[in-house]
Design a protein around this ligand. Structure first.
Ligand SMILES: NC(=O)c1ccc[n+]([C@@H]2O[C@H](COP(=O)([O-])OP(=O)(O)OC[C@H]3O[C@@H](n4cnc5c(N)ncnc54)[C@H](OP(=O)(O)O)[C@@H]3O)[C@@H](O)[C@H]2O)c1
Length: 290
């Protein structure tokens, strides 16, 4: 009973999926809904969230809630926790999927977007996981699925910051998986190779060689594998034999060979395949305006 003498309603379990409006996140919504989970969807675009929530609830007969917010801010993460409380839910599964990528020479990329990338891809995952993991451990069930990338296994020139955020997720998830081992909670990290979504075009990498020469999977294939293996409790999810060879093979290739080769695949190009050159930098001693 609470102070007003009423028996409080027990909270219901929910799966939180960030970046749920497009690409892999959108496909993960279907996988979790097929599995019968109540959902809390998170992204910035409210109209898309509302439409996906309605479609998913109609198709799979599960309760679907949503919260529009910018997860690159800590206020955005607060809103996720508030939405859980407001709907009488607790977090059973957390999917840290939302991310942005921008490609090019680091020194040419917009500083605010680089910082936003670290805030969204890394800080939001740490913030949300720290909020919800203690309750999962107390209940002895649930899990966190971090969506990293094959890029997280190696240094990636021209997507350096993005790849490093994904490397963070891989190392961090593996460490946490060990820390929670035996509690009934699982921490998994999915590491997809190139997937057909709009992230490459939004990041300016649609003409890079990796988009031409590396095999690509669909968002649905990536989500199906991630969900299936998250449910099984696999710590590191690498799907497909080419991706497995790359993920394990890069450890044995000296950096002097690996980094230029990866750079060739990831260098930004135009539609005709011509290299995008770095912008000329003005010497600091040069008078402004000349
Ligand atoms: N595509 C690939 O080749 C590939 C390969 C390996 C790993 N991954 C990883 O898979 C995940 C999904 O990638 P994707 O290709 O599916 O990306 P995507 O199609 O660009 O979708 C990104 C999602 O994140 C949301 N989002 C972006 N900024 C946000 C913010 N500040 N706050 C809250 N939500 C935000 C977007 O919705 P709004 O715009 O409405 O906010 C969208 O729902 C990412 O972690 C990515 O690194 C992708």
């Amino acid at each position: 009973m609470n102070a007003s003498g009423e028996t409080p309603q027990p909270l219901a379990p929910a799966s939180i999926i960030t970046g749920a409006t497009q690409g892999i996140g959108r496909a993960l919504v279907d996988e979790f809904a097929k599995g019968g989970h109540t959902l809390l969807l998170v992204a910035r675009t409210e109209t898309a969230l509302a439409e996906i929530a309605r479609e998913t609830a109609d198709k799979y007969g599960v309760a679907v809630h949503y919260v529009p917010c910018d997860l690159s801010t800590s206020e955005g993460c607060d809103r996720v926790a508030e939405a859980l409380d407001a709907n009488g839910l607790y977090c059973e599964s957390l999917v840290n999927n939302a991310a942005i990528m921008t490609a090019g020479f680091f020194h040419d990329l917009d500083k605010d977007i680089l910082v936003q990338k670290v805030d969204l891809n890394v800080r939001a995952a740490v913030d949300l996981t720290r909020r919800f993991l203690p309750d999962m451990i107390a209940r002895g069930q649930g899990g966190v699925l971090n969506v990293a990338s094959l890029e997280g296994f190696m240094p990636v020139p021209y997507q350096a910051t993005y790849a490093a955020t994904k490397g963070f997720l891989i190392a961090w998830s593996r460490s946490l998986a060990w820390e929670v081992f035996g509690t009934g909670v699982r921490i998994c990290v999915a590491t997809p190779g190139p997937i057909d979504t709009t992230i490459h075009e939004k990041g300016g990498a649609q003409h890079s060689r990796y988009m031409v020469y590396l095999p690509r999977h669909s968002a649905e294939q990536a989500a199906e594998a991630a969900y299936r293996r998250f449910m099984r409790g696999n710590w590191v999810i690498v799907e497909g034999w080419v991706n497995r060879i790359i993920a394990s093979g890069v450890r044995f290739i000296p950096g002097v060979m690996l980094i230029p080769a990866v750079g060739w695949f990831f260098r930004v190009r135009d539609a005709a395949g011509n290299l995008k050159e770095p912008k000329p930098q003005k010497h600091p001693d040069q008078a402004s305006g000349d």
